[in-house]
Design a protein. Structure first.
Length: 185
């Protein structure tokens, strides 16, 4: 039976550099025989305890997708040395109980294997990757050891608005794919 990995991209920007990275992650996962899909969470509302229950339909749909997945791969840009608000909002919703005041039943992401990648300037998204790795542990996910993969965006990406992974960068993604698949078993 094939594994299913969901890819959550931390940027909704049209032409996002990290979407380009995520597109290659999907290709590499599929080459490895894995079902890979993007998690569509654009309609997930801002988490607010006043409107948390009854759970919004968009949140229930995202939780159902995550529950069916064998792992989650987060691909995130670095915003001011941290994660984008849309990504944090998604993780906040996924870390909350499905039923009001039910803190006994594991959340949909409890022990869910997760890894992270990011493309940025000279930082190689190291700050967002470190913060997400810590957050994953805090919300009781099962993060792959290390801080994931960071890629440097070439100067021409900033000039053209397009990020094309180099052969070397694709090899690094392929290596992370193999490591993550070994990690989830």
């Amino acid at each position: 039976m094939s594994k299913k990995i969901l890819i959550a991209v931390g940027s909704f920007r049209k032409g996002s550099f990290n979407q380009s990275l995520a597109d290659y992650v999907k290709v590499s996962l599929e080459k490895a025989g894995v079902t890979a899909e993007f998690l569509d969470y654009k309609s997930v509302p801002l988490l607010e305890q006043d409107t948390e229950f009854p759970t919004p339909a968009a949140v229930e749909a995202v939780r159902a997708e995550v529950a069916k997945a064998d792992g989650l791969w987060v691909v995130s840009p670095e915003y001011n040395g941290s994660y984008p608000a849309v990504l944090k909002n998604l993780l906040d919703w996924l870390s909350r109980p499905a039923k009001a005041f039910d803190f006994e039943t594991p959340t949909v992401i409890a022990n869910k294997p997760v890894t992270v990648s990011g493309a940025a300037g000279s930082t190689q998204a190291k700050f967002v990757r470190a913060q997400l790795s810590g957050l994953f542990s805090y919300i009781r996910m099962n993060p792959m050891p290390g801080e994931g993969l960071g890629l440097t965006l070439p100067a021409e990406a900033w000039q053209t608005g397009t990020f094309e992974l180099s052969a070397e960068q694709k090899e690094l993604v392929d290596k992370q794919v193999a490591e993550f698949l070994a990690f989830i078993g």
